[in-house]
Each structure stands twice: as C-alpha cells, then as structure tokens.
Design a protein around this ligand. Structure first.
Ligand code: DC
Length: 233
C-alpha cells in the first residue's frame, strides 16, 4: 500500500508491548521509514556506560552535566542494512545495534531517559527526521511531545505476563543469560520510571487509539492498524 503525500504515525506504550514489531511491519507495508527512538536513548546510555558517566552500583548518573557532555560527543545515525532489511543505529559511526539490546543497557536506560537535557537533544533530532512525513516512530512520548500533530497515534499495551514472556524469549534467543524474574523486574522498574518521571512521562495522548495485543498475533495486529491507517488517509 503506498500513500501520498503521506502521514506520520506515532506509536507509544509500555516496555515490551511489541511496539517495534508493529512499527517495523507497518513501515514495511506502507513503504514508510521506521524510527526507533528507544534505540537512541539506549545508544546514549551505552556511551554513558562506556565513559564512566553512570555509577553502576546504584544506577545514578555521576556527571551532573551529562547532557552538555553528550551533545557535542554523541553523533547518532540510522543506516539501512539491506541484508537484514532494516535500519540499524550507529553511535559515532559504530554499529551498536546488538550492544544496546543487552540487559546492562536496559538496566540504566530509564535513568538516562529521565534527564531533560538528553531528551531535548534527542527530541530535536526525532522531529527533524519526521519533517518530510511518511515516518512510523515508536517510543514513549511520540504522540504527546515529539509528534503531537501526527495524523495517527497508537498507544500499545499488553498483559504483564505476555510482555515478560516475549522479552525473556527474545533475550534467550540472543543467548543472554537472564532469568524470567530479572526480566520481570526490569520491565516493571522501567514502566515505573517511564511513567513517573517529571519530563515527558509515558502517557496516552488524548487522541491515541488503544491497542491491547495480549491476544493478537503480529499479523492480526498489523491488520487492525492498517485499517486505522486507511481511515486516516
Ligand atoms: O523502547 P525501548 O525499550 O527500546 O526504550 C528504552 C528506554 O528508553 C525506555 O525504558 C524509556 C526510554 N524511552 C523514552 O524515554 N522515550 C522514548 N521516546 C523512547 C524510549
């Protein structure tokens, strides 16, 4: 399906609700660009970990001026990988797509994402990427802050049990040694931090359509959303 001149689609929701699965398949069906904003927060977190800016014992940010340090030193870019048929994130020209998915990064990303200076730095780049439209962007504040004018906004949720199971399987498939309890703890801690932070907390935009995919397969949910897209263009 191709559309002209095109719309922007904002997808928000809790951790591990399958936002990126939906966003990728939706972008592929529409011939749109997929932008994974979580990958940007993760890449900044990786930079902070590598540069000793986070105290790993108590998950606190060590450098108070972290945003000023990050802005000139961190260059993020998405590049399309034709072999995998998807975009991958580069941190200062290094492909960090695998590194940023590790538990080590997941443990600290919500603390980094709570820092206003870092959010401003990334939001500016996200808005620039969507200026030409035809973008599917997923995250936590896309419908509320990054693209409040998006033509279609979706808020995703799924039962906690389903989310833990999905993320556990994903990490296991990548060979990471984690227990289900660790995954459950990480998901609920991130939900708490993402919804309770002062700057741009995760919340459903007033005009966002709710998608609970606890009992939907990826192709069923894609069908539902393609129906919403048709109504919006
Ligand atoms: O979608 P994800 O799990 O890869 O996101 C990683 C973290 O980044 C998540 O815990 C919250 C934060 N995030 C955010 O605050 N705002 C966004 N637009 C995207 C992600």
């Amino acid at each position: 399906m191709t559309t002209k001149p095109g719309i922007n689609i904002a997808i928000d929701g809790y951790s591990s609700t399958g936002k990126s699965t939906l966003a990728k398949s939706l972008a592929a069906s529409l011939g749109y660009r997929y932008i994974d904003t979580g990958a940007m927060y993760r890449a900044v977190t990786l930079f902070a970990l590598r540069n000793g800016l986070i105290d790993q014992n108590n998950d606190s940010v060590i450098n108070e001026n972290i945003a000023q340090r990050i802005e000139p030193e961190v260059k993020l870019m998405f590049r399309f990988n034709p072999e995998k048929n998807l975009s991958e994130i580069y941190l200062n020209n290094e492909n960090v797509e695998d590194e940023i998915r590790k538990m080590e990064v997941a443990r600290h990303v919500s603390s980094i994402a709570a820092i206003s200076g870092i959010r401003r730095f990334l939001v500016k780049q996200q808005q620039a990427m969507a200026r030409e439209k035809r973008v599917v962007m997923d995250g936590r504040d896309i419908g509320t802050v990054v693209l409040p004018e998006a033509e279609l906004k979706i808020f995703m949720t799924a039962s906690e049990e389903v989310r833990v199971e999905r993320r556990f399987k994903e990490l296991q498939a990548k060979g990471q040694q984690v227990t289900k309890e660790e995954v459950a703890r990480n998901i609920s801690e991130r939900d708490y931090k993402d919804t309770s932070r002062e700057d741009s907390p995760l919340k459903r935009a007033k005009d966002a359509l709710l998608l609970d995919n606890s009992d939907l397969t990826p192709s069923e949910q894609l069908e539902v959303v393609l129906g919403w897209v048709r109504e919006n263009i």
